[in-house]
Structures are given as structure tokens and as C-alpha cells.
Design a protein around this ligand. Structure first.
Ligand code: AHR
Length: 498
């Protein structure tokens, strides 16, 4: 019996879904870069892991943030260009399986920017505010993006790259309220203004191209409000150069993923993931509380599941599971609902670390359940998000005041028609969903399902990876154009029609 009704208000446009909402984050941490993307038995002649590069190139990966994370405010870019690459302490993380907190600097600016070109992703570089200075930051921008006749541009050419790199996003630090210098919002706002001045944004005097400047916010929204208030106190006034404000939201910090088959814990975990919506609304409100003539977008710069298995000693590695994949689908739906304020979202961290998309072991590399969720959601990229209401049963999640809505959904409209994604967040049972699309009369419907028949704690590995791939799914089409789907527990469905 139908217990869930999804209504797609196809004419109620929210805004375009920026492809960058499906972005990613990579850091010099554990096996993300070394062993993950670079330098392994399967490396091509230039050091990239061909298998990983090919998996990343196969999905629509619009933007990649680097080199951190906490590491960004400990990174001096000149260590990672040219022939002389000093080995340094990595102040925050051990790398590889050896648990040695050292950075060999073999993967640096050219390697990262070339990787982005290979996988067709826009690069997003995070500048060092915590232990660096504005001159070092401005020099990095000039080195990468300047096409004229300066020592830095010539150095880039001597290091093998004639044409300037295209770097559309520059972040001013990372978590500067924490590992990026433990600053107050006022202190960071003043640093932000200094850095923004010298990276040359105002008149674009330095760079040959336009680029966006990104400030770090916090999950504490009073901190964000105070930052916004202070950053606007300068001669720039409401025209201060700030294009996006970010925050990081990790969830599941108290939940082991291998030792839990406690269904209440799954509910609690998903409720924590859904808190993303409130964070987006509150950071957008903090931006709006400061009168500005600029459009400042909301970026969720790092997000995803962080379980108790992911500790420094394991290089923040944790198993890739179906329940994590479900949480990603729920968050991507939230991003669609907030397409009018959101400009980017970067899940942590691309390969081997936290809720990565790709995992490696020796010569093997494979896609995790979350990889397939991103792939299933990719038709939303560039479409117009439209208002979608979900009337679904809810369950009281223990240890929280919040209820878990058992089915989530979002929809978008584009050149190829309408695309609806639905997630059954209920690990205990199926739900029959009716989908009404206002103003449309769907006939030819195509649907793909993820994770049917899998347990929520099913862990992917090199041998079973194929069993997490999408499968075709039958959706009923009524005479009145209403669609019906019997969604099995813990599944994600993508439905498209013209
Ligand atoms: O992604 C791991 C760490 O989480 C990052 O280095 C930091 O920005 C965040 O606290």
C-alpha cells in the first residue's frame, strides 16, 4: 500500500544545480594522495595511478579541492615545484601505511593541476593562512595563472608548463577557527582581508583570468555572523571581495561502522547527516545578516561520514558501506533543495580517506557505494532544481529530538527531461512511493536502482565491488501519469522521463 507521496512541482524552479555541488576534496593525509592517486605499482610513466584516474574520469567530477584540510595551512607550495623537493614534516597527518608524518613533496602543484586536467575537474587550491603570509599566497596565484613576463611565470615555464593553469577557485585558509590558526572570527576576517588584497582579486590586476575567493566558516553560526560583520568593515564596505563562505559537516563520529548492526544507530546516523539542511539555512542567514552588494554562495567544503574507525593511526580510513552511500544520497537531495544558495559541495576525501569514492589496495582500485550514488545523481548537474515535497512516514530516532523521514527525494528539470532521485532511508523495510509530477505526463520512464538486496553494513572490497553497481528497475506508470515504485529497504533510485 502506498505510504509515501512525492510531488514534483515542475514549474516551481529553485535555481540551477551548479555541477560543483558534486565536488570532491583531497588532502595529503593517509593514503589519499600517495598510494591513492599517485606512485604505486600501477602508476603510469608520470606517477599517476592509471586505475584511479580512470575511475575518477568516468564520473562527472566537476571540482577538486587540494592540498587540505589542515595540511593546507602547513603547506608551502614552493616545496612542491621544480627539481628540489625537500622532505618536510606533515604537522597534522601521517601519510601512507608507514604512519610517518612526513611529506615527500613529490606530488605538488603541477601534479595536482595535471590530475585535474586528466579527470576534467576544476581545481580549487587552498592557500596557507595559518603559517603562511599574503606574499606566499599571491606568489602561488601568480605562479599558476600569470601569462606575462615575470620570474614566477618563467619559473612555471621552466618547470614544464608554458600556458597558465586555469584555477577558478582559491580558498583563503582552512578551518582557521581550528587547525588553521585557532583564530577568532574577527581575527580571521582581518587576515582574510589582507590575503584577499594580495591575491589580487579586486581589479584582477595580477591574474589573466577571473577567479573566485572563498572564506572558511564554521558550524558555529554565531562565528559566521561575526566573521561577516567584521570582514565588511573596511574601505571596500559591501564590495569586499568574497564569493563564497564555507563550512564543514561530518556526521557519525560516535558510530563504528563495522561493529554496528544496531538499526537505531543507523537512524541516528542518518538524522545527523540530515542536519546538513539546517547548517545550510543558518550559514545563508549569517551571510544575509550582513548587507552586501555581492552574491556570496554557500559551500560545504568538507562533508561526509566520519566513523570511529577513521583515526589518525589508520590514516582516517574506514570501510565503504551501503549506509554511508545512503547518507550521501540524502545530502545530495538537500543540496538540490538549496540550489538557490549553494555554489559547491566537496565530499571528503576522494581516495582511501573517510567517505571516499575510490578505494585501493596494492594493484587493485575499485568504486565504493558512494561512487555509484554520485554517478546516479550526476544527471542533476546543470539542471534546474524544482520544488519537491515528500510526504513520508517518520521514525523517532533514539537519542535525538529529531525524527527520521524514511524516504527522501529531489527533482530537477533540464534539456533531457525530468530527473527524480529517491532514497529509502529505512533499513528495516520497503516503502511504496507514488510520484506525481505536476504538469507532466510521463510515458517512457527509465529507472536505475542501487543496493537492492544489500545489507546497510555491507562493506565493499576488490572482490565484491561489482555487486554495488546500479541495476535497471521497474517503475509503474498509471493512466493519469502517476509513477509508482516499491522501494526496497536501504536503496537509492534514479528515475528519468521526458
Ligand atoms: O578531512 C580531515 C580533516 O577534517 C581536515 O584536514 C580538516 O579540515 C577537517 O577537520
Amino acid at each position: 500500500m502506498t505510504d509515501t507521496r512525492v510531488t514534483v512541482h515542475a514549474a516551481a524552479r529553485i535555481d540551477e544545480i551548479e555541477p560543483a555541488l558534486h565536488g570532491h576534496f583531497s588532502e595529503h593525509l593517509g593514503r589519499c594522495i600517495y598510494d591513492g592517486m599517485y606512485h604505486d605499482e600501477t602508476a603510469d610513466g608520470e606517477g599517476f595511478r592509471e586505475d584511479v584516474v580512470s575511475l575518477l574520469a568516468d564520473i562527472e567530477l566537476p571540482v577538486l579541492r587540494w592540498p587540505g584540510g589542515c595540511f593546507a595551512d602547513d603547506y608551502h607550495w614552493e616545496d612542491g615545484v621544480g627539481d628540489d623537493r625537500p622532505r618536510r614534516r606533515n604537522l597534522f597527518w601521517a601519510q601512507g601505511r608507514e604512519e610517518v608524518p612526513e611529506e615527500p613533496n613529490t606530488f605538488g602543484t603541477h601534479e595536482f593541476l595535471e590530475l585535474c586536467e586528466r579527470i576534467d575537474a576544476d581545481p580549487y587550491l587552498a592557500l596557507n593562512v595559518g603559517s603562511g603570509d599574503p606574499q606566499e599566497a599571491a606568489d602561488w596565484v601568480e605562479y599558476c595563472t600569470y601569462g606575462g613576463d615575470t620570474e614566477l611565470a618563467d619559473r612555471r615555464r621552466a618547470n614544464g608548463r608554458d600556458e597558465p593553469f586555469d584555477v577558478p577557485y582559491w580558498g583563503i585558509g582552512n578551518e582557521n577557527w581550528g587547525c588553521g590558526g585557532r583564530m577568532s572570527p574577527e581575527q580571521y576576517a582581518r587576515e582574510y582581508r589582507r590575503f584577499a588584497t594580495y591575491v589580487g582579486t579586486i581589479d584582477h590586476l595580477l591574474a589573466d583570468q577571473d577567479f573566485d575567493l572563498i572564506a572558511c566558516g564554521f558550524e558555529d553560526h554565531e562565528w559566521n555572523r561575526r566573521f561577516m560583520e567584521e570582514v565588511s568593515k573596511s574601505a571596500w564596505g559591501a564590495e569586499f571581495p568574497l564569493d563564497h563562505l564555507t563550512l564543514h559537516h561530518y556526521y557519525g563520529r560516535t558510530m563504528s561502522i563495522v561493529e554496528t548492526d544496531d538499526e537505531d544507530k543507523y537512524d541516528q546516523f542518518l538524522v545527523e547527516a540530515l542536519e546538513m539542511n539546517e547548517h545550510i539555512e543558518r550559514i545563508a542567514a549569517a551571510i544575509n545578516a550582513t548587507a552586501t552588494t555581492r552574491d556570496i554562495g554557500v559551500i560545504i567544503d568538507e562533508w561526509g561520514a566520519w566513523h570511529t574507525e577513521a583515526v589518525s593511526e589508520t590514516g582516517l580510513e574506514q570501510p565503504g558501506t551501503v549506509i554511508d552511500g545512503l547518507s550521501a544520497a540524502a545530502v545530495l537531495d538537500i543540496f538540490n533543495h538549496n540550489a538557490d544558495v549553494m555554489t559547491m559541495g566537496n565530499i571528503a576525501q576522494t581516495v582511501n580517506v573517510l567517505q571516499c569514492l575510490v578505494e585501493t589496495e596494492g594493484e587493485d582500485a575499485w568504486a565504493r557505494p558512494t561512487y555509484h550514488v554520485f554517478d546516479l545523481y550526476s544527471p542533476h548537474q546543470g539542471n534546474d532544481a524544482v520544488r519537491t515535497t515528500v510526504d513520508a512516514p517518520v521514525r523517532d530516532a533514539e537519542r535525538t529530538d529529531d525524527d527520521l523521514p524514511l524516504v527522501g527525494a529531489s527533482a530537477s528539470v533540464g534539456e533531457d527531461g525530468t530527473y527524480v532521485t529517491l532514497t529509502n532511508l529505512d533499513v528495516r523495510g520497503a516503502h511504496e512511493v507514488e510520484i506525481d509530477v505536476e504538469g507532466a505526463d510521463p510515458t517512457a520512464v527509465d529507472a536505475q536502482i542501487l543496493f537492492e538486496g544489500q545489507e546497510p553494513d555491507a562493506v565493499v572490497d576488490a572482490d565484491n565491488a561489482a555487486s554495488f553497481e546500479p541495476a535497471a528497475f521497474d517503475v509503474g506508470v498509471g493512466n493519469d501519469g502517476t509513477l509508482t515504485a516499491e522501494l526496497p529497504p536501504s536503496t537509492v533510485l534514479g528515475v528519468s522521463f521526458e
